[in-house]
Design a protein around this ligand. Sequence first.
Ligand code: GTP
Ligand code: SPV
Ligand code: MN
Length: 599
Amino acid sequence: MLRIETLFNQQLKQWIEEVVELCQPNRVHFCNGSELEAASLCKEMVKNGTFIPLNDEKRPNSFLARSNPKDVARVEDRTFICSKTKEEAGPTNHWADPNEMKETLTKLFRGCMRGRTLYVIPYSMGPLGSSISHIGIEITDSPYIVVNMRIMTRMGEDVLAILEDGPFIKGLHSVGSPLKIGEKDVPWPCRPEETRIVHFPEERSIWSFGSGYGGNALLGKKCFALRIASRMGRDDGWMAEHMLILGLTNPEGRKKYIAAAFPSACGKTNLAMMQSVLPGWSIETVGDDIAWMKFADNGRLYAINPESGFFGVAPGTSEESNPNAMVTCSRNSIFTNVALTPDQDIWWEGMTKETPPLLTNWLGQKWSPDSPNPAAHPNSRFTAPANQCPVMDSNWEDPEGVPISALIFGGRRSTTTPLVFEALDWNHGVLMGCMVNSEKTAAATGKVGELRHDPFAMLPFCGYNMGDYFAHWLYMGTKTTPDKLPRIYSVNWFRKGEDHEFLWPGFGQNVRILKWIFERIDGKGKGEETPIGILPSQAALDLSGLNLHKNAMASLLKVSKEEWLQEIKGARKYFSLFGPHLPQEISDQCTRIERRLQG
Ligand code: GTP
Ligand code: SPV
Ligand code: MN
C-alpha cells in the first residue's frame, strides 16, 4: 500500500502531513480504487450499521444508507465562496473573509478525525489524461464518501501516476464527529449545526465540514466541477456548466449533441437517459449533471462529462418514466434515504403503481401508505456507475469531448414560460440563461415550490460574481463565428393548466421537442417569431400518437404579453443586484424584448 513517505508529489505530501497533524486521525488510508478495497469498506460499513446490504439476487452488490435526518440535502445557506473580496464572490454567494474563515475552519477541523481513518482519494474529473480533465485529491474521514466517489469519479492509484508532480484541487472533508477511545460510532456521523461548505477560489481549494450528504461531501461534484471549475473556466476561457449532455440521432442515423441546464431536480437525469417515443429517433447519454465545454480549433464547442457516475433523484424514477435509470441502478449501486422492502430491496414514491406492503421508511420506521409522509425522502438518491447505463453514448469518454449543436435552458414554471422557444442569436440566448426562474425543489434545504431566479441553473454553483459570469457567457460567444455557435433554446415541461395538472406529459415525450430543435438546426423546422423568440407552430411539432387535452397545446405555446412584460420587469429588478457587474448587453436585450412586446 502507498504511504506518505513514498509520495512523489511534494505538494501532496506536505498537504497530507499538515492535515494529519490538524485532524489527528487514527490511521491514514490511501485509496487505490480497487474492487477489493471497496468491498472491504462496504463490509466495514455494514458492520457499523451505515450500510444495509440489499437482496443479492434482486440487486447485486448494492447497499442502502440512511442519513441523519438533519443531513439530507445541499445546504446553500452554509455554502461559502471565500474569494479575496466580497465583490468577487458577488451578491448571490455567501462570502466570508478567507483568513477569518480559515481560522474558523482550522478550529473546527482540529482533532476532528480522532478515532477515525483518514482516506486520501485521488480522482480525475474527466477521462484520465484528457487535456480537458483535471485532478483532485479529496481527504475525507467518511468511508461512505470513498465508495460514492469511486462510482462518481475515476478514482485510484492510476490518478497519482498521471498527476506526477503536477497541480491538483485540494478538497478536505470531515463529518466533524471525532470518536473518543472506545466510543461506538453512529451509522451516519455528521455535525449539522456546524456544517460549512467552503471554497477558496484563488487557491482552488475546498473545505467541507459537518455533512456527509451528496454535493456537500462528494467534493468532485458541485464544489470542484462547478464552483471551482467555473472560476477556472472564467480565467482560462472555457465553461463549467450545470448541464446534461445527450446525443440525439434521427431516423437517417445522423447525430447531434445537445447540452441542457435545468436547476436541481428539474429533469436533467431524465432527459439525459430518455427513451424516445418517436420511432427512429433515439437518445444516448454523455452526462446527466455537469458539462465542461471548450471551443476546439475547428471553431466548435466541445463538451465532456467530468463525472463517471450518476447521483440521481430516486423518487419518480420508474420503468415508465426512466427505464434506463432503472437498469443503471440495478446492481453495484448505493441508495441513500430510500425505503426498504421486507425482502431487502429498495422502493420510492413513483417507482411502481402499487405500493408494496410492509415498507420501512427512510428513517428506518415501519411505514404504510396512510402515513402523512413519504416512505423515501424527496431528495433520496441512487449512486450508480455510468457504464451501467444501457444508453451510454459511444463517445462519452472521448477525451476530445462531443461537439455541441444546441444549448437548452429550462426550469419548473407552472405559468408564463412556453414549452419551447428558440433564441434569435447567441446574446439573446445568454439573456434566456440569465432569466432562468424556477420553483424550488427538495434538492437543497429550504422552501419547496417557491419561485426563485436561478440564472443558467448555476445560482448555487457559480464560484464567482454572477454578473461577471454573464459577461463570460457573452465573451464565449465572440470566440467563434456565429454559424459555429450552438443554437440556444428554452424549455419548460412543467406548465400547468387550470386544473393545476401538468399540461405536457414529459419524460419520453420530450423527444418531440428535441426533434423540433434538431430540425431547426438542420434549417428545416418551422418557427414563428414572437417577441420572446421563435416558437414552433403546433403543426411544426410532431404530435403523432399523442392524446392531449384539446386546448393543451395552445396553452403550452401561449406567450402572454402581460405575463412577459412582468417577467422582464422581475428579471430587471433581479439583475439590478449585480450593479456595475451586469453587462450592458443584458439590459439592452431586455429593452429589445420589451419593445417587441409593446410593438
Ligand atoms: P439533480 O440531480 O438534482 O440535478 O436533478 P435533475 O435535474 O437530474 O432532475 P431529475 O431528472 O432527477 O428529475 C427530478 C424530478 O423531476 C423527478 O421526480 C422526475 O420524475 C421529475 N421529472 C423529470 N422530467 C420530467 C418531465 O419531463 N415532466 C415532469 N412532469 N416531471 C419530470
Ligand atoms: C443537485 O442538487 O443539483 C444534485 C444533488 O445533483 S447534489 O450532488 O447533492 O448537489
Ligand atoms: Mn440529476
